[in-house]
Design a protein around this ligand. Structure first.
Ligand code: PLP
Length: 401
C-alpha cells in the first residue's frame, strides 16, 4: 500500500489533517467518479425497466451488493442495502418477531445506534441485559458466558468500539451464542472498514455496517444476514413494503421477492449503492490487511507519543494491547474540555478530531467522563508525519491546561 499514491485520490488532504474517519471517512476520486458516472451516463431506476440504461443501472447496483457481500465473505447470505448501520440495526430490531420474556444481551460499549433500538423493545416485554466493560472496554468471556443464559434470543455487540478502540472477540461470543441457541448481531460500523471481517469465520447471524465510513458516499449501508432458509428462526419482516419488492400482488395479498430486493421497497439510493461498490473495489485494491497494519503502526506511534506528554490521559487499551485494538484513540488533556482541545487543534494546526461523548453517553457516564473525550481516528490515508504534527500540537496545548 503506497500512502502517497492513495493520498492523491483525496485532494482535501492538502488542506487538512483529517483524524475523524470513525465518524465518516473521506471519499476518493474513483468513488466520486462512479457516483457521477451513474448520473451522467446511465441514470435509470433499478429493478424495473427493460431498456438498456435501466439494465445497466440494475446490473451495477446488483454488482455493488455482490461486492459488499464478498468483502465480508458473505455471498451465501442476503446482503441488503440500507441507509446506514443505524437503519440496518433498526431493521433487525423491528423485523424479528418478539414475544414477552425474550432476552437481548448487549453492552455499555455500544454506540447509541446499537442500544436504543433494543431499549425500545422493552415496551413489548423484551428483557434487556446491558453488560458493563472495564475501563479499557473489555468484558471477560466468562461474563459473556454468564450473560448469554438459556432463553437469550439475541446478542448485539460492536466488534470495535468507536469510543475506546477496543476490539471485541465476536468469534468467541458467536460460539457461546451457538451453544445457547441465541442469534448474534455484530455492529461492524468500525471494524468492516478497517480490518478483515469474515461472517463465515465469525459465524454471526447479522452484520451491520455503513458505506460512508469505508470511503463510500453517505446514503448506503449494509445489513448482511444468513440465508433465509438457514435462518428460519431469525427471519426478518421487511421494514417497508411497496414498489420494487414484490414477486406478485393479488387483490388483498402480496408475495415478497427473494433476496435483497424483498427488503428494499421503493427507489433506493442507487448512486450511493454503486458508490459503495466502488469503495469496496478501492479498499480491496489497497488491501484490508495492509490497511489494518498501516493503521496499527500509526496507532502505536500515537499511543507512545501521547504517553510521553505530561497532562494527557489515554482511555481504552494501551499500546501493549495492540492486538486487541483498532485505530481509534481516545484521550483527555488535563484542565481542558475535549471540545476546547478539538477547537485548538483545528485552529492552531488544521487538525480535525472528534470530541464529546461519541454517541456513547452511557459508556461515558460509566467511565465518569462527563464531557467525553478527544478522539483521533485513523485510516489508510493518514501518515506518520500527520501523527507527529498532532503530537507536537498536543504538547503545546497540554502546557496550557
Ligand atoms: N455503530 C458504531 C460502532 C458506530 O461507530 C456508528 C457511527 O459512528 C454507528 C453504529 C452508526 O453509524 P451510522 O451513523 O452510519 O448509522
Amino acid at each position: 500500500m503506497k500512502v502517497h499514491e492513495i493520498r492523491a485520490d483525496f485532494p482535501i488532504l492538502e488542506d487538512v489533517i483529517y483524524l475523524d474517519s470513525a465518524s465518516t471517512s473521506l471519499t476518493p476520486e474513483p468513488v466520486l467518479e462512479a457516483v457521477l458516472d451513474y448520473y451522467r451516463a446511465y441514470k435509470a431506476n433499478v429493478g424495473r425497466g427493460v431498456y438498456r440504461l435501466a439494465q445497466m443501472a440494475d446490473q451495477r447496483y446488483r454488482d455493488a451488493h455482490r461486492k459488499a457481500a464478498a468483502f465480508v465473505w458473505g455471498v451465501e447470505g442476503v446482503t441488503i442495502f440500507t441507509r446506514n448501520t443505524t437503519e440496518s440495526i433498526n431493521i433487525v430490531a423491528r423485523g424479528l418477531s418478539w414475544k414477552r420474556g425474550d432476552r437481548i444481551v448487549t453492552t455499555l460499549l455500544e454506540h447509541h445506534s446499537n442500544l436504543l433500538p433494543w431499549m425500545r423493545l422493552k415496551e413489548m416485554g423484551v428483557e434487556l441485559e446491558v453488560m458493563r466493560p472495564d475501563r479499557e472496554g473489555r468484558i471477560d468471556l466468562a461474563d459473556w458466558e454468564k450473560a448469554i443464559a438459556e432463553g437469550t434470543r439475541l446478542v448485539a455487540t460492536t466488534q470495535l468500539s468507536n469510543a475506546l478502540g477496543t476490539v471485541i472477540p465476536v468469534k468467541e461470543i458467536a460460539r457461546i451464542c451457538r451453544e445457547r441457541g441465541a442469534a448474534l448481531l455484530v455492529d461492524g460500523a468500525q471494524s468492516v472498514p478497517h480490518m478483515p471481517v469474515n461472517v463465515k469465520d465469525i459465524d454471526c447471524d447479522f452484520l451491520c455496517f455503513s458505506g460512508h465510513k469505508m470511503l463510500g458516499p453517505t446514503g448506503a449501508g449494509v445489513l448482511w444476514m444468513r440465508k433465509e432458509e438457514k435462518n428460519e428462526k431469525n427471519e426478518i419482516e421487511p421494514l417497508l413494503v411497496g414498489g420494487g419488492m414484490v414477486e406478485d400482488v393479488f387483490d388483498d395479498e402480496y408475495e415478497i421477492k427473494q433476496g435483497y430486493e424483498g427488503f428494499e421497497a421503493g427507489t433506493p439510493d442507487i448512486s450511493a449503492g454503486i458508490g459503495l461498490g466502488a469503495a469496496v473495489d478501492y479498499l480491496t485494491r489497497a488491501g484490508v490487511e495492509e490497511i489494518h497494519e498501516h493503521e496499527m503502526r500509526l496507532t502505536r506511534k500515537l499511543l507512545v507519543g501521547l504517553e510521553k506528554i505530561a497532562g494527557i490521559e489515554i482511555f481504552g487499551p494501551g499500546r501493549d494491547s495492540s492486538e486487541a485494538r483498532g485505530g481509534v484513540v481516545s484521550f483527555a488533556v488535563n484542565g481542558l474540555l475535549p471540545h476546547e482541545v478539538a477547537l485548538m487543534l483545528d485552529q492552531a494546526a488544521n487538525i480535525s478530531v472528534r470530541s464529546g461523548h461519541h454517541c456513547c453517553i452511557p459508556l461515558m457516564k460509566h467511565l465518569g467522563l462527563k464531557y467525553g473525550t478527544v478522539r483521533a481516528s485513523l485510516y489508510l490515508y493518514n501518515t506518520e508525519d500527520e501523527i507527529d504534527k498532532l503530537l507536537a500540537a498536543l504538547e503545546q496545548i497540554a502546557r496550557m491546561g
